[in-house]
Design a protein around this ligand. Structure first.
Ligand SMILES: Nc1ncnc2c1ncn2[C@@H]1O[C@H](COP(=O)(O)OP(=O)(O)O)[C@@H](O)[C@H]1O
Ligand SMILES: [Mg+2]
Length: 233
């Protein structure tokens, strides 16, 4: 489905990605792991066409989604091809209501206001509230709901459980498990190793802009040196 091969990228003159490769197949949950500043968010921005808006650009490698290159495509066109992003820091629209946030980028499909409300009942209760008045957990639910409303073939989540209270975090892991059970393809960035090892089919570890290890949860469990060297756990 998604194929990233030898991806290189820089911000101005500063190179952030050197050689990132990863693949996500239909129905797969794949994680992108690595310590802070290693290039996870930059990889996601490259996939989504968001580097130019950050003063960055892709300088090498290939990005393909369902066989067609994503290189040079603007963010709206990439979203329309079926990639949905829950961005780092949530980035809900502060002056739009919850419902307006959900509808703003929606496309028809399995996920509608009603099905997102069923998934996150709190968003139904808060539907008239402005984005900026939500708690962190509510904003995160809204960011996930908004991405689902685009009915993505591949859902990408960048640190979606970061900084949340344990109960809300648990609710989000539970939702991700339900999405996986439905066959939703997911590329996941998250620091909670125990949770991602339960959920994901495969893991891709990056270090200073390079893919340095790939394997399934059993292989990662059996590789304490990988966890210590690249993940500090
Ligand atoms: N908008 C930006 N402009 C310049 N440099 C950036 C920008 N965003 C990230 N970087 C740099 O790129 C590198 C990778 O960052 P990032 O992709 O955010 O890492 P991660 O998501 O793994 O924490 C870091 O050295 C970071 O300082
Ligand atoms: Mg990041």
């Amino acid at each position: 489905m998604l194929l990233v091969e030898g991806l290189a990228a820089q911000y101005g003159a500063s190179q952030a990605l050197f050689d990132v490769s990863l693949a996500v197949g239909a129905g797969e949950v794949v994680t992108l792991l690595g310590r802070n500043g290693m290039g996870k968010t930059t990889t996601v921005r490259a996939i989504m066409g968001l580097l130019p808006s950050q003063g960055g650009r892709i300088t090498g490698g290939a990005l393909r989604f369902e066989g067609a290159s994503l290189l040079g495509a603007p963010p709206f066109a990439i979203a329309r091809r079926g990639l949905g992003l829950v961005p780092e820091g949530r980035q809900v629209f502060p002056t739009l209501s919850v419902e307006e946030n959900l509808i703003a980028t929606a496309r028809p499909g399995r996920w509608t206001l009603a099905s997102v409300h069923a998934l996150f009942p709190r968003l139904a209760e808060r539907r008239r509230s402005l984005g900026r008045t939500l708690s962190g957990g509510e904003q995160q639910m809204l960011a996930i709901g908004r991405a689902l409303m685009t009915n993505p073939r591949l859902l990408i989540l960048d640190e979606a459980t970061e900084g949340l209270a344990p109960l809300i975090r648990a609710e989000i892991w539970e939702v991700l498990g339900r999405l996986k059970a439905e066959g939703q393809a997911i590329l996941l960035i998250d620091k909670n190793l125990a949770a991602v090892m339960r959920l994901a089919d495969r893991h891709v570890v990056i270090e200073r802009g390079r893919t340095v290890w790939t394997g399934d949860s059993a292989a990662l469990a059996a590789a304490p040196e990988v966890r210590e060297r690249y993940l500090h756990v």
